[in-house]
Ligand binder design. Structure first.
Ligand SMILES: [Zn+2]
Ligand SMILES: [Zn+2]
Length: 131
C-alpha cells in the first residue's frame, strides 16, 4: 500500500469516527431536515410561504454549525494521530497542500498544534455557541 493510499484510508476512518461521535444516529439536520436551507417567508407576502420561496432561502445555520464542529473535530483527530500520512491526506482534502511541504515540516507542525491543543484544554467562551 502506498503512503498516499494509507493516509487516505486512515483519514476516511477519522471522518467516520467523527461522524459517529457528532451524529451517532446519522440523523438529518433537525432544523432544515437535511435540505441545507431554511426559509424566512412572511405569510401573505410570499407566494409560497408554506414550502418556502427561493427569495427567502438562507443557508441553514445549524448545518453551518455542524460543519464547523465537524471540521474542527477532524482537524483535532488528525493532529492527535501524529501521523504524517494522515496529515498529508488531510491537508490535501482542505486545499492547503503544497508540493514543497516536506514530511519534516508536517511533523513540526503536528507537534506545535498538539501543544496548542493541550494548552487549550479549557474551552473558549464562544464554544457554547449554538447549543
Ligand atoms: Zn418567501
Ligand atoms: Zn440544517
Amino acid at each position: 500500500m502506498s503512503k498516499e493510499t494509507r493516509g487516505e484510508i486512515l483519514l476516511d476512518a477519522i471522518y467516520d469516527e467523527v461522524d459517529q461521535r457528532l451524529n451517532p444516529n446519522q440523523e438529518e439536520c433537525w432544523y432544515c431536515g437535511g435540505e441545507g436551507y431554511t426559509y424566512d417567508c412572511i405569510d401573505g407576502c410570499c407566494i409560497d410561504a408554506e414550502s418556502g420561496c427561493e427569495d427567502c432561502a438562507e443557508p441553514c445555520i445549524e448545518c453551518r454549525i455542524y460543519k464547523r464542529d465537524r471540521a474542527r473535530a477532524i482537524r483535532e483527530e488528525v493532529i492527535k494521530s501524529d501521523d504524517v500520512d494522515i496529515a498529508r491526506a488531510w491537508l490535501k482534502s482542505v486545499g492547503r497542500w503544497r508540493d514543497n511541504i516536506t514530511n519534516e515540516q508536517i511533523r513540526t507542525q503536528l507537534a506545535a498544534e498538539r501543544g496548542k491543543l493541550l494548552t487549550a484544554a479549557t474551552p473558549a467562551p464562544d464554544s457554547e455557541e449554538g447549543t
